[in-house]
Design a protein around this ligand. Structure first.
Ligand SMILES: [Zn+2]
Length: 200
């Protein structure tokens, strides 16, 4: 992905004259992180830590992760245009993370976009027709955003499973069991790094 710095730097509110940049390769996935003054610094290692907490088969096919806080959030926090979030690019299997204000937001955004990767690629043997049935007949959602489509529901539920599994379970036992099965019994809480060493 090419970042047009000139365009970026013409965005109002930007503080750095030129952002710091660092990158890392991980399991053939390119991780690029841009750092702007005044924003949460997310080094590639922080993203790798999050990846180590899920099964490698879940991110199979992922090409790139970009943390680019200014790109998607050029607006002041109190403006109505201000949004926090990420984006999954289906065509090039790439996750872009916009501005996050703390590590929890980084986690929920990254895992949300990971959820999109999984339903798009069919990773971990996800049975989409089953999910569509569960989501379609659902009364319980982990967030308002999850109600916007079955796929947003999946992304939100996947992320919640990793961050607050009890919450997902309370909202919907069926959704919890569906996602739990994708982890083939390997799930533990995300404070524990369970898969380091498997990645080869
Ligand atoms: Zn989404």
């Amino acid at each position: 992905m090419n970042v047009d710095f000139k365009k970026l730097l013409s965005v109002p509110g930007i503080k750095a004259s030129k952002p710091d940049y660092s990158s890392a390769g991980y399991n053939d996935i390119l991780i690029e992180c841009y750092n702007y003054r005044g924003m949460l610094f997310v080094p590639p290692g922080m993203i790798i830590d999050l990846m180590n907490k899920i099964l490698p088969e879940h991110y199979s096919g992922l090409k790139q992760v970009v943390y680019e806080p200014q790109l998607y959030n050029p607006f002041p926090k109190n403006s109505k245009e201000y949004k926090i979030g990420g984006k999954f690019f289906r065509a090039d299997k790439s996750i872009n993370i916009g501005m996050v204000i703390n590590e929890n937001e980084l986690k929920s955004t990254f895992y949300h976009e990971m959820g999109h990767l999984i339903h798009v690629t069919g990773n971990s043997g996800i049975k989409l027709s089953e999910w569509l049935a569960i989501s379609g007949s659902s009364q319980g959602y982990v967030s308002e955003y999850a109600k916007s489509s079955a796929f947003e529901d999946f992304a939100e539920s996947y992320s919640t499973y990793l961050i607050a599994p009890d919450k997902l379970r309370t909202v919907s036992e069926k959704k919890y069991q569906f996602i739990h099965a994708l982890f083939r019994g390997y799930h533990e809480d995300t404070n524990t790094i369970i898969h380091k060493g498997w990645i080869g």
